[in-house]
Design a protein around this ligand. Structure first.
Ligand SMILES: [Zn+2]
Ligand SMILES: [Zn+2]
Ligand SMILES: [Zn+2]
Ligand SMILES: [Zn+2]
Length: 401
């Protein structure tokens, strides 16, 4: 029925109010059934429009992630990021909008008992990305020259953690199915918040200087931006890179804590390798003494020249000597050498072999057997290859990238 025909049909009885309402709904029905539909100029017939209450550019940022608690607190859209179009009616779109609001609400509600209840002093913001649950309380950051607030900082770190995970997978030629856990990262406002929350989310007791991790089947890291050790955004970023690499390495199938007993050089070396790759320096260590001496670095974190000097001065250790040490037993020069040994293996033989080697070590194969079966040489031959490689590839003069 056309609009004109409908009008002729309805006209004689249109004076009764109740029928006017019926007429309106019939018109709406007829219009929605018509083959040539009019387009709602407000929403393009999507039935919803963008929520206008978010900062410029933030809607796109929010749509790139799964959930954000700052978006959820928007009074206009409750985190759905869209609102109902007032100019038209679209029941399917409205139902979808209501479903999205409920999904966001349920996600946020679950975090109240899990995190908010244990970080009462200053509530944290929360973000869910494809592979990470991030709770964030870092008050403000200067990134390059730009000052950003807690909400923007959280999205930045959510993106950085996803990028790191993708780089790890690409470097070691991993498959998604080799990881069983989502990453859970808590970047707290201060040491009080970190020490309140840390034991709750990791199940590990005791105070810690910067951070605490639960690794293996779970992948949890809780930390705060300790100002001497992590004075700026770059240092904070390197800390997250180093520790998230530990979480990924431990969760990589076969899942389990790695680097104790023995093989700390592989565990630390790989964490340092990504720190250097992304941040250009290595400034994070997992050994007890250093946790009480924040802000200490070895050779300014520039380890290629440091390792070259070790070689030239005869200070290089054999793999047989360094291999049995646990992650937390390595001293500064051993950390640097561990980084370089991993650099040599990854650069000369590729990520696929390194992953195979790592997985054998995780499956408790003896290091010399794992090396022999994956690389075809043992620790003695590696010492020779490694020292020649350092001589050929590392200069004692630093050349920052
Ligand atoms: Zn509309
Ligand atoms: Zn957000
Ligand atoms: Zn909104
Ligand atoms: Zn470490």
């Amino acid at each position: 029925m056309t609009f004109a025909a409908l009008r002729r049909f309805v006209a004689p009885i249109a004076s009764a109010t109740i029928l006017v309402v019926a007429w309106a709904s019939m018109v709406a029905h007829a219009l929605s059934q018509a083959p040539v539909a009019t387009t709602c100029r407000s929403c393009g017939n999507h039935g919803v429009v963008d929520c206008s209450k978010h900062k410029k550019g933030m809607l796109e940022t929010e749509r790139n992630i799964a959930f954000c608690s700052a978006a959820e607190s928007c009074k206009a859209c409750s985190g759905a990021l869209s609102v109902d179009c007032k100019q038209c009616t679209n029941e399917a779109a409205q139902a979808e909008l209501a479903r999205r609001v409920e999904t966001v609400r349920a996600w946020r509600e679950a975090l109240r008992g899990k995190v908010d209840a244990h970080s009462k002093v200053e509530p944290m913001l929360h973000l869910q990305t494809a592979h990470c649950d991030l709770s964030f309380g870092v008050p403000k950051l200067t990134v390059g020259k730009e000052k950003i607030d807690t909400h923007e900082g959280m999205h930045l770190y959510g993106d950085r953690i996803e990028a790191l995970r993708a780089l790890y997978i690409e470097t070691l030629r991993c498959e998604e199915k080799e990881f069983s856990a989502r990453l859970a990262v808590y970047m707290c406002r201060d040491s009080r918040q970190a020490n309140e929350l840390g034991p709750r989310v990791t199940g590990l007791g005791g105070n810690f200087a910067v951070g605490t991790k639960l690794m293996g089947l779970d992948a949890v890291y809780c930390m705060w931006q300790e100002p001497r050790g992590l004075p700026d955004d770059e240092a904070l970023h390197r800390n997250i890179v180093h520790n998230v690499v530990h979480l990924l390495t431990a969760n990589l199938e076969p899942a389990g804590y790695f680097g104790n007993p023995a093989n700390g050089w592989v565990d630390e070396g790989l964490a340092h390798w990504f720190e250097d790759k992304i941040g250009g320096k290595c400034t994070n260590y997992c050994f007890e003494e250093v946790l009480t001496q924040q802000g200490q670095t070895y050779k300014g974190g520039r380890w290629r020249p440091a390792v070259r000097l070790l070689l030239d001065s005869g200070g290089m250790q054999s793999l047989a000597a360094i291999g049995p040490k646990n992650t937390d037993q390595l001293n500064f020069p051993e950390h640097a050498q561990s980084f370089a040994m991993v650099d040599c293996l990854l650069t000369s033989h590729g990520g696929e072999k390194f992953k195979a080697f790592l997985k054998q070590l995780k499956a408790k194969v003896e290091m010399r057997d794992a090396m022999q079966s994956v690389y075809g040489f043992g620790p003695l031959a590696f010492d020779k290859e490694f020292q020649e490689w350092v001589a050929a590839n590392y200069s004692s003069v630093d050349s920052p990238r």
